[in-house]
Write a protein that binds this ligand. Structure first.
Ligand code: SF4
Length: 145
């Protein structure tokens, strides 16, 4: 991976710290994880101007960016508070899986992991899956500043 610009790396650090605080999550305590994910997000900011999640393979990144589903904070984070990159996790480093639907791979991998701050975050908790596209155009959607 190319080294991202210091400006976007700093921007992503600021965003991640603020988002973790607002959602009652922690940045990964595992050495190197937070740094690697933020480097990936910042590299996508450099390339596309958007924080596309770095933990997926995309056949067509431009189309994924238009779709918005995997712009950080992604739909899974906003709806279920689950971060499969392990960037936004609990204090003990485990991902939050409590809100995931039955059969989701996160539940299969990690079991049920309780949300220590269920009153925070999950801006999309009430949004049905089919309403997600409309929700993306709302001006109050959390965005990196
Ligand atoms: S919140 Fe979603 S987009 Fe952001 S790092 Fe985690 S999995 Fe990727």
């Amino acid at each position: 991976m190319n080294q991202p610009s210091p400006r976007n790396l700093e921007k992503m650090w600021k965003y991640a710290r603020n988002f973790a605080r607002k959602t009652g999550t922690c940045l990964s305590p595992v050495e190197g994880v937070t740094e690697a994910v933020l480097m990936g997000l910042a590299a996508h900011m450099d390339e596309f101007g958007k924080p596309l999640c770095p933990c997926n393979f995309y056949p067509d990144k431009s189309s994924e960016i238009r779709n918005r589903r995997w712009l950080c904070a992604c739909d899974e984070m906003q709806k279920y508070k689950y971060c499969h990159c392990m960037l936004f996790v609990r204090e003990d480093g485990m991902p939050i899986t409590e809100h995931l639907p039955e059969g989701h791979e996160g539940r299969e991998m990690y079991g049920e992991q309780a949300d220590p701050a269920p009153h925070l975050g999950r801006a999309m908790r009430e949004v049905p899956s089919e309403g997600i596209r409309d929700w993306h155009s709302r001006p109050d959607r959390p965005q990196p500043e």
